[in-house]
Design a protein around this ligand. Sequence first.
Ligand code: ADP
Ligand code: MG
Length: 395
Amino acid sequence: MRTIDSLDVKGRRVLVRADLNVPLDGDTITDDGRIRASVPTISDLAGRGARVIVCAHLGRPKGKVAPEFSLAPVAARLGELLGRPVAFASDVVGDSARAVAEGLADGEVALLENLRFEPGEESKDDETRGAFADKLASLAELYVGDGFGAVHRKHASVYDVPKRLPHAAGGLTVAEVEVLKKLTEEPARPYVVVLGGAKVSDKLGVIANLLGKVDRLLIGGGMAYTFLKAQGNEVGRSLLQEDQLDQVRGFIAEADKRGVELVLPVDVLAATEFAEDAEHEVVEATAIPADREGLDIGPRTRELFAGKLADAATVFWNGPMGVFEFDAFSGGTRAVAQALIDSDAFTVVGGGDSAAAVRKLGLPEDGFSHISTGGGASLEYLEGKTLPGLAALED
Ligand code: ADP
Ligand code: MG
């Protein structure tokens, strides 16, 4: 992949695909990690006299203009972090975008409105997507792919635009790929992966692939209950994906066959309801009451997981161990994060919610070797898939 150092950007309009998909509460940004991660590349280009046009998506407006998904608050925050004003276009490729792009002087920065307001961005139809990509590409002379969190999407701004403009990979993309390479090419052992989060189906592909690579696989979070159920336990009202039970049974057998140590929760915090202040108690993972749901791993599991991480040389962690958004159920996630911080291993955190959890819990970001901005993108890379956005930058 070419890097931005190889581009002669002075006085030229450079379209930067960034990942600015941050969590919002109304129009308040609750975690600006992704904006901060996108600053170095934008700053570098602007500093070299480029006319920088940033494009990004926010949430899932599904091809329609939806004010609650406007990037306007992000433009304001980006401006603060850059220490220079960011012009905001109120559309993606319309009159406003064109006027803003044409009005930029050397070293100035603009942000376009949410890419996903345009149906062409995510269209599965190559022609529809291509037509939108033509318009987007026409705003600039060069393209920089720095939205690592979106490189697993075959979207116009990720995949089609770099085919239309001279391009390079931004610094964030380069850094993310370097780390993922370390995890896939001869990782130092023991190699331990911790998976959690909400949906097993999101992570099945990666589990299948990792079973051939890791020494230990620790499973917590909402996905653990499908594993516990697959082993014959009742899980009450906990998150459960019935349709994945067979596949999960297959994983358990496969782990056994390959000598991969599969570690599941031994106790959980069982709550009366999904709520911040829900009544709850610690129960054995084999004895979850029928009317309760597990919202975090229990204290014995936290110790068990910390022990399994203590001697690791490489760790990849994706997915919170519990509903960390509720203080009462954030202890498991905190314990795993702390075990990574305490470890001498090469530690990588992947996943939007996992990274947000680290910051929300007030843990030091520099306690980890790397915190990835990409959830799905990192997982698909680890699955061994070709990521459209990276492939497009290779050409
Ligand atoms: P990431 O974004 O890091 O990849 P996911 O999106 O897969 O993580 O999952 C994050 C979500 O999983 C969080 O919102 C968290 O509340 C939820 N979660 C974790 N454990 C549980 C649980 N036991 N029950 C319900 N939801 C859970
Ligand atoms: Mg998530």
